[in-house]
Ligand binder design. Structure first.
Ligand code: SF4
Ligand code: SF4
Length: 464
């Protein structure tokens, strides 16, 4: 049987994993950190500290601002200097807690020993509480609160936990490194999530990471948890997309507008699994992660994988990594396909930060756009079965009804269409805009329907 992969679309960009051999280094502490209140999907967290407060490493500094939200903890010890808006990556103002670093004093409740804790707790509710209290969110890109994702709604049953070790975006190597350097912790984290969900676990890793495959297989064999296996996936982008990974591993398709749990799947990233281990077994909140500093045609000494504390300014990361190379024309947070341009190096790292990527002028220069030649390559490449050339046309015509009817809202913003288009049409930019507009319409409609239902209910009760 051939290697597993998803059934529709996809592309094969050069993987450019230049930092794959760089062992994880611990980034030093800066003088000041700025901890964002919006580093998870959902409502921003509400600060619980004020200027002048003293904090320890791992102390709660903000509480969830809603059901889909997360606790935030101090990544350093020191004094709170300000609770104020500060610009994020894109230059938008977001509330941050500014902390002047003083020493490195940890909350004594956190187990900082290297001892591996392999016994899986029995109490599922206590596990979920701990994951929530430690502010764990998905580290594969979406930053969805993990305790919510591990709690299927009534009537839905998890049949398979898929651990995402694909790291299919070119250049990124942080997941690769943790699978080599922390495989047992990841496996224990997976076993904890299996305990909560009561289902088998498949760890999916792409074939271009043989060291990670061997390392994770050895950890699975040594720890001996039941119903867990590593499966090798073909190298193909965007294999790490939730729907694509479910298709590859379970051969099931999530319908338009549906969720993974609708087909019995729960997908978690390997870095999230490591965070679950640290939360449940070590009482350590999510205050660290690993990011890659890398780029094309830059010297080896500028390539790094760093264990960083959240809230460290990107300018500090870049400085510690040897400075921005002369060849860098653009800086990206994330991979080249789905990452976001860094417009502001004063922005800080967040829970989900995965890279600082330097792209050269040659890497980023777009060829002049020409007319669509109706070759259909964009549609062939789309892993969601969309027709990007049509969505582009509808976007230009401003036809929101037709965009919704043609499922612009299902776009996962993978960029495969743009990558494939010989006419260099900015399909991703246009379809992303179109998706945003359609999602706005869908949300407004849902809100109006909810308000109408509540008004009808109130009227019915008034009549009683
Ligand atoms: S960016 Fe959207 S439309 Fe383009 S290939 Fe990806 S899913 Fe399809
Ligand atoms: S790939 Fe580009 S040129 Fe070909 S059909 Fe799609 S939009 Fe048109």
């Amino acid at each position: 049987m051939g290697k597993l992969t998803f059934s529709m679309g996809g592309v094969h960009p050069n993987d450019s994993k230049y930092a794959r051999e760089c062992a994880i280094e611990e980034l030093p502490l800066p003088q000041t950190v700025y901890v964002s209140m919006a580093q998870h999907l959902g409502a921003p967290a509400k600060p619980l500290v004020a200027p002048g407060d003293k904090v320890l490493v791992g102390q709660v500094i903000a509480e969830p601002g809603g059901f889909i939200s997360a606790f935030v903890h101090s990544p350093v010890s020191g004094t709170v200097k300000a609770v104020a808006p500060r610009k994020d990556l894109a230059g938008n103002p977001v509330m941050h807690v500014e902390i002047a670093v003083e020493g490195d004093e940890w909350d004594p409740a956190i187990d900082r020993s290297k001892e591996l804790v392999t016994a899986i707790p029995d109490d599922k509710a206590a596990i979920l509480d701990k994951i929530k209290a430690c502010g764990v969110v998905g580290l594969g890109g979406a930053t969805f609160p993990t305790h919510v994702k591990l709690s299927p709604p009534p009537g839905k049953v998890a049949e398979c936990l898929i651990l995402n070790g694909t790291e299919c975006e070119p250049y990124l190597t942080s997941d690769h490194r943790i699978m080599i350097e922390r495989p047992k912790e990841i496996v224990i984290g997976a076993a904890i999530m299996q305990k909560v969900l009561g289902c088998p676990c498949v760890i999916g890793i792409e074939e271009n990471k043989p060291e990670a495959i061997a390392s994770m297989r050895a950890a699975v064999a040594e720890l001996g948890y039941p119903n867990m296996e590593v499966k090798v996936l073909k190298k193909r982008y965007p294999q790490g997309g939730e729907k694509q990974l479910i298709d590859a591993v379970m051969h099931r398709q999530v319908k338009s507008g549906g969720l993974p749990i609708d087909v019995g799947a729960v997908v978690q990233n390997v870095a999230t699994s490591l965070a679950v281990y640290e939360a449940v077994q070590k009482n350590k909140p999510l205050i660290t992660n690993v990011l890659t500093v890398t780029g094309n045609k830059i010297p080896g000494n500028l390539q790094h994988n760093y264990l960083f504390r959240i809230g460290v300014p990107l300018s500090f990361v870049v400085e510690q990594a040897g400075g921005v190379p002369d060849t860098a024309a653009k800086l990206i947070s994330g991979g080249p396909m789905m990452g976001k341009a860094i417009s502001n190096l004063d922005a800080t790292t967040v829970k989900g930060s995965s890279s600082v990527l330097y792209l050269s002028d040659e890497d980023t220069r777009r060829k002049p756009e020409t007319n669509c030649i109706r070759c259909g390559k964009c549609a062939d490449a789309c892993p969601m079965g969309l027709e990007p050339f049509l969505l582009n046309r509808l976007y230009k015509a401003g036809d929101l009804d037709a965009l919704e009817a043609n499922a612009a809202q299902d776009c996962i913003e993978c960029g495969c269409c743009l990558y494939s288009c010989p006419a260099c049409i900015p399909l991703l930019d246009h379809i992303r805009q179109a998706k945003g507009q359609v999602m706005g319409v869908i949300r407004a409609r849902a809100a109006a329907a909810k308000a109408a239902a509540e008004a009808a209910k109130a009227a019915a009760e008034a009549k009683k």
